[in-house]
Design a protein around this ligand. Structure first.
Ligand code: SAH
Ligand code: SF4
Length: 352
């Protein structure tokens, strides 16, 4: 199978394509114009277009299913060239706003949630992605192309601000090399120019990889899927906790280079009668003392046959208030696209 051209950085392409100055032109067609064929790259000589077509694929994935949510989120199921499927979601964070005189105050704000693997090895008890087991890592190009296709499909211009969260299917730090490469390709100022400070990697807590990512000093944001405050419960929910316990995660977080104006996000999936007690909030507060953290409470999203239940709004708010009243920043993730089964793995499950 031909590799996809989205797998490569500009530097890498420059050593493959001669003369190298063509790479910038190609890059522009790929990431600003979203072309679907090499033939559309009008300023390239015919022979080069033929060579590119011979060497690289421009279609690492295709859209299999699209689901629109009432809140404007759009969920995509992509089919890879080997037939496997992955999910990505376009979230509209804020609608366009206008001044009284009709001029634009600000554009829609987009966040795109993308996948890093087909399936996942981590095997969390509450997660649908885990149920299908692990299939394979995505290549950098397969990660990059998810956003590219979403931008193309929704006419999101190259100059529009997009945030990226690696919160779709898979454990990004278990595919560190390809994810880091995708981060760099996204960040390239000649391409999509999405700086690492607008990208967030979410991890189930592979401490050694958090350290490694930190040492790269990319300026990327970190989100930790904590979900429990003691090792016993966390181990039941997330078997990875046996290898990397809460203490090791907190140590790794303390070493992680964080932008002065930023905080590490701690995701806390709230499950009814499992971890929604105020005593957990109390422990959480203690655990986070001394760390520049923000807590994001997530409603557990129930699915058919799921062993857990969604918490009440009241218990979410009580949990949040306990923290905020004591000075810990805490938000509740309003489940964007819940009606389109936005919890990871759910769209794929329906289509298998
Ligand atoms: N593997 C990484 C990133 C992908 S999972 C991680 O675990 O952080 C992204 C987020 O979706 C995680 O915080 C995860 O806990 C959450 N998630 C998984 N199953 C869910 C469900 N049923 N309802 C709500 N959130 C869920
Ligand atoms: Fe993997 Fe994240 Fe799902 Fe856990 S929650 S199984 S780490 S994708």
């Amino acid at each position: 199978m031909k590799p996809t051209i989205y797998d490569y950085t500009q530097d890498e392409l420059s050593s493959m394509i001669k003369p190298a100055f063509r790479v910038k032109q190609i890059w522009n067609w790929l990431y600003h114009r979203y072309v679907k064929s090499f033939d559309e790259m009008k300023n390239l000589p015919k022979e080069l277009k033929a060579q590119l077509d011979n060497d690289f694929s421009l279609q690492p994935l295709e859209i299999a299913t699209v689901q629109h949510s009432s809140d404007g989120s759009i969920k995509y199921l992509f089919r890879l060239r080997d037939g496997h499927t992955i999910e990505a979601v376009l979230l509209l964070m804020k609608d366009e706003e206008y001044h009284e005189d009709g001029t634009l105050k600000h554009h829609k704000r987009y966040t795109v949630c993308i996948s890093s693997q087909v399936g996942c090895k981590v095997g969390c008890a509450f997660c649908l992605t885990a149920k299908g087991g692990f299939v394979r890592n995505l290549t950098a190009g397969e990660i990059v192309a998810q956003l590219l296709l979403i931008k193309r499909e929704n006419d999101i211009g190259a100059n529009r601000r997009v945030n990226i969260v690696y919160m779709g299917m898979g454990e990004p730090l278990d595919n560190l090399d390809n994810v880091v490469k995708a981060v760099k390709i996204f960040a390239d100022p000649d391409g999509m120019a999405i700086s690492p400070s607008r990208q967030t990697i979410s991890t189930s807590g592979l401490s050694s990889k958090i350290e490694k990512l930190g040492q790269m000093d990319l300026g990327i944001n970190l989100a930790i899927s904590l979900h429990a405050v003691d090792d016993e419960l966390r181990q039941q929910l997330m078997p990875i906790n046996k290898a990397y316990n809460i203490t090791s995660i907190m140590e790794a977080v303390k070493h992680f280079p964080i932008n002065q104006r930023k905080r590490v996000m701690f995701e806390y999936l709230v499950i009814k009668d499992v971890n929604d007690d105020i005593s957990a909030a109390k422990k959480l507060l203690k655990l986070l003392s001394g760390i520049k953290a923000k807590v994001n409470l997530i409603y557990f999203n129930a699915y058919e046959g799921s062993p857990f239940q969604t918490p009440s709004r009241k218990s979410m708010i009580e949990f949040q208030e306990y923290l905020t009243k004591r000075g810990q920043l805490c938000t509740i993730r309003e489940s964007k696209g819940l009606d389109i089964s936005a919890a990871c793995g759910q769209l794929r499950e329906q289509n298998i």
